[in-house]
Design a protein around this ligand. Structure first.
Ligand code: UD2
Length: 316
């Protein structure tokens, strides 16, 4: 069968399924590896009849070579399978180590064993910074992750660097800031804040803000994140690291007010105790994203929020 082959770990998840959409749209063949712990088959439902897509239920932390034998060596592995909650990583650090660092090592081990080295593109995170640096935060500031999640994402980045230098595995790590958009699952208390607020605002329910609501985040739309991932896969650098954000920040109270307004204004805001280990301000420096990858995360927050609200409406 024709078409470049890509593997997407976590391809049934929120970000992964949008990457699969984009790869299939441009004619690639795609193998998804997903253990469905948080991923959903319904995220890929529109491709059910597409013979360019293969979906394999598999836990990446147990190794991937055995599951990929029949498909050939991919040009790129988008490694998006992860345990995504910072709070859970603090409660279960060894589980997080295995899922978030162990899986990266498994992907790199697979890549180094093949002469045609697949490129590994990792979903890293702003969590590698901790809150040491004054925003906007650039890639070369000292890194002080505060959670096992951030530590294991950073360890994964280091592993990419080491496999690139030692074994010639081309690699890129993108440090995602707060990604949002359709298919983000609001069902856990640690789900992305926009997915939670969007669902509650749409239903006219009370919105709960942790802390004084003055904390800020750099919210980046999933469509822009996908463009950055594809650009990173095509980039010639053997070991690229870049932030993926918009370069602007908004307070959580402003975010809540915007969503309430977009939904007709029925919800009220209530304030609760701040979360432990909360980062006060987060905003990416995006020069490298623009200069190296040619990407500007251009989706305006209001447009991205409307798209997100539209999709929760359809899903309800
Ligand atoms: C995000 C990422 C995380 C990691 C981290 C890096 C998500 C879901 N998590 O964590 O994976 O990369 O950034 O720093 O993208 N909030 C409320 N009410 C709610 C839920 C959240 O007020 O019902 C607040 C929360 O206290 C925080 C902000 O909203 O101040 C964003 O919370 P989040 O869980 O969406 O993401 P964050 O920044 O903790």
């Amino acid at each position: 069968m024709s078409g470049t082959l890509a593997v997407v770990t976590g391809g049934a998840g929120f970000i992964g399924s949008h990457v699969v959409d984009a790869l299939l749209r441009r004619g690639d063949r795609v193998v998804v590896l997903d253990d469905f712990s948080t991923g959903k088959l319904s995220n890929l439902a529109e491709h059910a009849q597409n013979d360019h897509l293969t979906i394999i239920e598999h836990d990446v932390s147990t190794g991937i070579a055995g599951r990929l034998e029949s498909y050939g060596v991919p040009a790129t592995i988008f490694h998006l399978a992860a345990q995504v909650s910072v709070v859970s990583s603090i409660a279960k650090p060894l589980f997080d180590l295995n899922v978030n660092y162990g899986s990266t090592l498994q992907v790199l081990e697979y890549a180094r064993l093949h002469v045609a080295r697949p490129k590994v593109v990792l979903a890293s995170s702003a969590a590698v910074y901790g809150d040491a640096a004054e925003p906007p935060v650039a890639e070369d500031v000292p890194l002080r992750p505060l959670s096992p999640y951030g530590i294991h994402k950073l360890a994964s980045e280091y592993a990419l660097g080491a496999y690139s230098a030692t074994h010639g595995v081309p690699a890129a790590a993108l440090r995602f800031f707060n990604v949002y958009g359709p298919r983000q699952d609001p069902s856990s208390p640690y789900s992305g804040v926009i997915s939670i607020f969007a669902e509650r605002a749409r239903r006219g329910q009370t919105i709960k803000i942790f802390g004084d609501g003055k904390q800020t985040r750099d919210f980046v739309y999933v469509g822009d994140v996908v463009r950055a991932l594809l650009a990173a896969a095509a980039h010639p650098s053997p070991h690229l690291i870049a932030n993926v954000g918009t370069g602007s920040e908004i307070t959580i109270t402003e975010l809540a007010r915007t969503l309430i307004e977009l939904c007709g204004g029925d919800s009220t805001i209530e304030y609760a105790e701040a979360r432990a280990g909360e980062i006060a301000r987060s905003r990416a420096r995006v020069d490298r994203l623009r200069e190296q990858l040619g990407i500007v995360a251009e989706t305006a927050l209001a447009d991205g929020l409307r798209a997100t609200l539209g999709s929760t409406e359809r899903a309800a």
